[in-house]
Design a protein around this ligand. Structure first.
Ligand code: UDP
Length: 326
């Protein structure tokens, strides 16, 4: 399902974290559909480069804003009819480097974003994550699974911030009548990820293009299910346009081991790179695959871009950039 410009149901949208990977793609899609877009970002992990191609587009504004600060909601002028709350470091390397900021934006930042939605009577969508399932003991993961998260492990700053964000969002819907939705996103990838942000796809692609060894953690038997960014954007906007209150899994249905991913990226780039096995991060989830029955059957969304095609587009993106900026 893709949203055509004439069918865009929103006139004014706030995208928090709009300078990030997913946020910038959302801003672009919404502008293409004719909505006005305010992109709010503190530029901790987001970048102006992600927005350069949107500069000067009618209806587009960039608001430098620390969403977790008290009163930040008042800095976001509105009125909006949709608030997409995507502000948060998303790469494990980033949230481990910024643990307190991650907890703050997931809690105080989410509260402020919800205040904006309540103030304006806007639909609100929280970007949640497959990480709420932790290292899952149920496979594939349905939205009804409560998860297996270590509350004091290194990843907890992200997992628990997102779990708290879900609780806060749901409480707002119940206690204040705010129109809320929650998307649980599974390993999105594509152009505009930071080259060496630590996540597996940009890391492997850049290593392969540079002829460096691909750093596979553990024995590489852990799995992920990749979802190309265009499909993720469609999924987010599908949930935004629906009345779904409960969380909805949005993710790819092709489960791949990390070692296989490394081998296939080497193959697709034609790189002379080898594989180097490195230490497995603490609490690294062993398997991850979304059950997307809710999205597919209730909302009519499913991913369309096969991972081999999405990876090719991602390789082209990084290959077109000079190594220093890639
Ligand atoms: N990974 C890897 N080498 C890297 C980066 C990541 O083997 O250079 C592994 C990581 O240990 C995990 C998987 O790839 O098992 C996905 O990691 P990523 O950081 O992309 O996201 P996660 O799904 O863990 O949030």
């Amino acid at each position: 399902m893709s949203f055509d410009p004439p069918s865009c149901p929103w006139s004014s949208v706030l995208v928090t974290g709009g300078a990030g990977f997913l946020g910038s793609h959302l801003c672009e899609r919404l502008l293409d559909q004719g909505a006005s877009v305010d992109c709010a970002d503190n530029f901790l992990t987001g970048s102006h480069a992600n927005l350069a191609h949107l500069a000067g587009r009618p209806g587009f504004r960039v608001l430098e804003c620390d969403l977790a600060r008290p009163g930040a909601d008042a800095e976001l002028p509105g009125p909006y009819d949709l608030v997409l709350h995507f502000a948060c470091p998303a790469s494990p390397a980033d949230y481990l480097a910024h643990p307190l900021e991650t907890l703050d934006v997931g809690s105080l930042g989410t509260r402020n974003a919800l205040r904006v939605a309540e103030r304006d009577g806007a639909r609100f969508v929280l970007a949640s994550t497959s990480e709420v399932y932790g290292d899952p003991q149920e496979h594939p993961q349905t939205e009804g699974y409560w998860g297996n998260v270590n509350p004091v492990g290194p990843r907890s700053v992200y997992d628990e911030a997102k779990r708290f964000g879900e609780a806060l969002t749901t409480a707002h819907a119940r206690a204040r009548g705010t129109d809320t939705g929650i998307v649980r996103l599974f390993n999105s990838y594509g152009p505009r990820m930071r080259a060496r942000d630590g996540r597996v796809v940009p890391t492997f692609v850049c290593q392969a293009l540079a002829g460096e060894p691909l750093t596979v953690s553990g024995d590489g038997s852990q799995t992920r299910s990749l979802c190309y960014v265009d499909d993720t954007v469609d999924g987010v906007l599908t949930v935004a346009a629906s009345r779904a209150v409960r969380p909805v899994n949005i993710g790819g249905t092709e489960e791949v081991t990390v070692l296989d991913l490394a081998r296939r990226i080497i193959e697709l780039t034609g790189s002379p790179s080898t594989v180097e096995f490195t230490e497995r991060p603490e609490d690294d989830p062993g398997r991850r695959l979304p059950d997307i029955t809710t999205a597919r059957e209730l909302l009519g969304w499913q991913p369309h871009v096969p991972w081999s095609e999405g990876i090719k587009r991602t390789i082209e993106h990084f290959a077109a950039k000079p190594p220093a900026t890639a």
